[in-house]
Ligand binder design. Structure first.
Ligand SMILES: NC(=O)c1ccc[n+]([C@@H]2O[C@H](COP(=O)([O-])OP(=O)(O)OC[C@H]3O[C@@H](n4cnc5c(N)ncnc54)[C@H](O)[C@@H]3O)[C@@H](O)[C@H]2O)c1
Length: 310
């Protein structure tokens, strides 16, 4: 049974990696697919229009239906063009996967304004640009699914503060969109994947950011401790499958939530919780907060979790 028969799926950054796998999967499952990719480098820039077309050729070669779209999603005009492509060619936009991403690893004292701006433009504003233009159509159709690609790096990643800001921004953005569009039957969720197949692996210094955090700072690479691949090789396939599952009826009760995937490990991400709450009827003063019992309770986790915190 084709699960996405009669659906129109838009996938940004679908020329390589997770996005490519997802475009192929949607097409195999009957969807008509807009394959967006500007064919850029993993740190931004560039532009090879053949990257998106190759995926379209692959889909069509297997009997599917797809169209290539080569705008950069980093601008409002680009986001609009991607959605208009779906409407012009296929008359609808039922599924939107915001997957385009780039990285520019630099420690904060070496990060330029451009390093910050371009990473935010692709990984965060680019998601707004497409959602902003897709939302009116999904609202009118009273249905639609959006999946935004975040990252475990959003939880903290050494020398990647631009990327961590963008990817954690994606989570907050998605929670907001979920609340805006839920009453119109439109869902918006987040995927935090780990994949070993990525053109970002070619970016100089990327593996050092992980090794430094682990070996020198004794901080898990992405600061969360639940990473496990369950022994299953990790590639782009597993994240693509989970992103597609988020678009099915079986996941219809999820809106504004996050799912993690790494090889054979898939999990719902716990929403942030308030822990070690302290209460003071008169409100807090600096002296009251500095009392050993209160400061001790509020800082206990941090002291034990990160080496190097005074
Ligand atoms: N690979 C991982 O382990 C991993 C982990 C966490 C999060 N992610 C996220 O998953 C997504 C896909 O990652 P991947 O590893 O498959 O990446 P990838 O680098 O292999 O592919 C990303 C694609 O996005 C395209 N792209 C970049 N900027 C664009 C723009 N402005 N407009 C349109 N297309 C653009 C690139 O040309 C590229 O083909 C990204 O958002 C990434 O941040 C990946």
């Amino acid at each position: 049974m084709a699960r996405f028969e009669n659906k129109v799926a838009v996938v940004t950054g679908a020329g390589r990696g997770i996005g490519r796998e997802l475009a192929l999967l949607f097409a195999r499952e009957g969807a008509r697919v807009v394959v967006n990719d500007l064919g850029g480098g993993p740190s931004g820039g560039g532009g090879d229009v053949s990257v998106a077309q190759k995926v379209v050729d692959e889909i069509e070669g297997a009997g599917g239906t797809a169209v290539a779209e080569t705008s950069s999603v980093a601008s409002m005009a680009g986001g609009k063009a991607v959605i208009e492509c779906a409407l012009d060619h296929f008359g609808a936009v039922d599924i939107l996967i915001n997957n385009a991403g780039i990285i520019r690893p630099k420690r904060i004292d070496e990060m330029s304004e451009e390093d910050f701006d371009i990473v935010l433009a692709v990984n965060l504003k680019g998601y707004f640009a497409t959602v902003r233009h897709a939302a009116p159509h999904m609202m009118k159709a009273r249905g639609g699914v959006i999946v935004n690609l975040s990252s475990p790096s959003g939880l903290g990643h050494w020398s990647m503060s631009n990327y961590t800001a963008a990817k954690e921004g994606v989570t907050g953005f998605s929670r907001g969109v979920a609340r805006d569009l839920g009453e119109f039957g439109v869902r918006c969720n987040v995927l935090r994947p780990v994949s070993t197949e990525s053109s970002m692996n070619a970016v100089p210094g990327i593996f050092e950011t992980i090794a430094y955090a682990e070996e020198r700072l004794h901080i898990p690479p992405v600061s969360n401790r639940y990473l496990s691949d369950n022994g299953t090789p990790s590639g782009s396939v597993h994240p693509a499958v989970v992103a597609a599952w988020l678009c099915t009826q079986e996941a219809a009760s999820l809106n504004g939530r996050e799912v993690f995937v790494f090889g054979g490990h898939v999990a719902l991400v716990q929403e942030p919780e308030l822990v070690r709450s302290q209460f003071r009827a008169a409100g807090w003063t600096l002296d009251a907060l500095c009392a050993p019992a209160v400061s001790g309770a509020l800082t206990y986790d941090i002291r034990n979790q990160f080496v190097g915190v005074a």
